[in-house]
Design a protein around this ligand. Structure first.
Ligand code: F6R
Length: 249
């Protein structure tokens, strides 16, 4: 695992975008795993800039999103489908047929999870972008989720619903369930880039890097992946024992 520290959110976002841009330049038909949440918005902003500046094209890129709320129509502004279009897809030349976001029809969840898995097995991701929850979740693999899980339906942690209630009128409106790639799907990506910003992520980052590998902190499993890059700002890195700006182990 390589951890890089940046002064602030903006610097971290630029560096994370540069990382993704390099991968797209190396492999224009990159298979890219995407995350939602506040953290990657800056990264997406700089990807859009690189597209506007004719540095990269997304014409051949294929994407797979980590997760989606169950029961929110795709047209809802807080669905991850809407989020991804608002912050990335509507501003680049990606082909709609290359966009994959888990479907969230509550009637058919088990079948939809199986189909999403099958599609991912035929399309091994070259790079998976991740954020991290305050409770150490990745995707919506909440503490206690089994490491062997593939795409599944998860009951969201109260902490996660509370964290995400900032996007809704009240916590009652935050969906209780989501469909998410499992840890096994995440680990199946050839490379992983995790971004985190702010003091409220410092403990999760510390446990991810230094803690025991355990179901209690799902992100700790990343210690076992051969190719993980973590980009954090100073606040998120504040509990790490970093003398310079780079840690590798
Ligand atoms: C989103 C996702 C989540 C978020 C995490 C951090 O697709 O899978 O794991 O990455 O909850 O969210 P933010 O960035 O909003 O703090």
């Amino acid at each position: 695992m390589d951890i890089y520290k940046y002064k602030d959110y903006e610097d971290m976002s630029k560096a994370a975008a540069a990382f993704v841009i390099r991968e797209i330049i190396k492999k224009p038909n990159l298979i890219l795993g995407l995350a939602t949440g506040t953290t990657p918005i800056g990264l997406y902003k700089y990807l859009i800039k690189a597209y506007d500046d004719y540095i990269i094209s997304f014409k051949e890129v294929k994407t797979f999103n980590l997760d989606e709320y169950v029961g929110l129509p795709r047209s809802h502004p807080e669905s991850y489908y809407s989020f991804m279009h608002r912050y990335l897809f509507d501003h680049i030349d990606i082909l709609p047929k290359n966009i994959n976001i888990p479907s969230n029809d509550p009637e058919n969840m088990e079948r939809l999870a199986t189909e999403y898995n099958a599609k991912m097995f035929g399309n091994q991701r070259d790079l998976q972008i991740l954020g991290i929850g305050q409770n150490g979740h990745i995707g919506f693999n909440e503490p206690g989720s089994r490491m062997g899980n593939m795409t599944f339906i998860v009951k969201l942690d109260e902490q996660t619903r509370l964290d995400n209630s900032r996007f809704f009128k009240s916590i009652d409106e935050v969906p209780k369930y989501a469909i998410t790639m499992g840890i096994k799907n995440i680990m199946f990506s050839k490379q992983i880039l995790l971004v985190a910003s702010g003091k409220n992520k410092a403990e999760a980052i510390y446990k991810m890097a230094y803690g025991d590998v355990s179901d209690d902190v799902p992100a700790s499993v990343l210690q076992l992946h051969p190719h993980v890059t973590v980009m954090v700002d100073e606040e998120a890195a504040s509990l790490l024992n970093m003398t310079g700006n780079h840690l590798t182990f």
